[in-house]
Design a protein around this ligand. Structure first.
Ligand code: AMP
Ligand code: MN
Ligand code: MN
Ligand code: MN
Length: 276
């Protein structure tokens, strides 16, 4: 049986495994087709490719782009993108620059809350100087005992209304989908169940995503409950969107789901790979 895992992170963004370790773990866990989808960054793909070939895993070139839509942060996964495509590459570079500026602001906010040394502390966890994220700050905060684990940190820090929160403007939805499509890729709305939206706005999000040229949504993801697999399968059908599946693995012991640890897509969905 072909096992797909179409959402994962490496040390090129906020994952804890290098691409070679990630691919080896995927192979060991029976994943035959793996997408590496680092946040706003594609430089891990070339690194992953050679290892994937050796280990008999088919690597899908992916990325997870940060988007601001109606004041909410959404994530759009691109699958089968071309990382060398100019528009995509320069768009992602601008997002990474925004992350560097945001990191300094986050550290300033944490300073005000009495948490000192967080920029250096986060940087100690950064594995790609091009890509600083909240996860790196969260690892520092957990290490200092501010919470037991990352989930605990994200309840008390770095989110709206809590110390270390910095509002940020990411790519536009149409922009991100446009970059993905310009590079020959397919746009997939990541973990739609994670966004805190009222029903009409959730429907508006699917409609706007589809209008922008989005083709699929994640139905089975580490961020969804089994009930959500069913409800997002119905949204996919209702909006004529294909269904994707991915663990969103960040590291052993850090993620809800391990690589390949996913149930089949519910009946009635059309899998993304039928369009490849
Ligand atoms: P950023 O893109 O830098 O704003 O960081 C977003 C990342 O933070 C996500 O991709 C997750 O890796 C991590 N994250 C956000 N919320 C949580 C949470 N509640 N528990 C664990 N990790 C989280
Ligand atoms: Mn992440
Ligand atoms: Mn995400
Ligand atoms: Mn992700």
């Amino acid at each position: 049986m072909t096992k797909f895992d179409l959402h994962s992170h490496s040390t090129y963004s906020d994952g804890v495994l290098r691409p070679d370790e990630l691919v080896r773990r995927a192979a060991r866990r029976g994943v035959s087709i793996l997408a590496l989808t680092d946040h706003d960054e594609t430089s891990g793909l070339a690194d992953a490719r050679g290892h994937a070939e050796k280990m008999g895993v088919e690597l899908v070139n992916g990325v997870e782009i940060s988007v601001t839509w109606c004041g909410h942060t959404l994530h759009v996964v691109g699958l089968h993108i071309d990382p060398a495509q100019a528009e995509l590459a320069s768009g992602l570079e601008s997002l990474r620059q925004g992350r560097r500026d945001r990191a300094e602001q986050i550290a300033g906010e944490l300073d005000k809350a009495g948490v000192v040394g967080s920029l250096a502390g986060a940087r100690a966890h950064v594995t790609n100087p091009e890509l600083v994220g909240r996860t790196h700050f969260a690892r520092f905060l957990a290490e200092r005992g501010y919470a037991r684990n990352l989930q605990g940190v994200f309840k008390k820090f770095l989110v709206n209304g809590k110390p270390g929160h910095v509002p940020h403007r990411w790519a536009g939805l149409e922009q991100a989908v446009g970059w993905i499509r310009a590079s020959g890729g397919m746009a997939v709305l990541a973990h739609p169940g994670r966004y805190k939206l009222e029903e009409p706005q959730r429907c508006g999000m699917f409609a706007a995503f589809k209008d922008a040229g989005g083709e699929a949504i994640e139905v089975v993801t580490g961020s969804h409950t089994p009930d959500q697999y069913q409800s997002y399968a119905r949204y996919a059908q209702r909006y004529g969107l294909l269904a994707s599946t991915g663990s969103d693995f960040h590291g052993p012991g850090e993620s809800y789901r391990d690589l390949g640890d996913l149930p089949e897509l519910p009946g009635g969905c059309t899998p993304v790979w039928t369009a490849w």
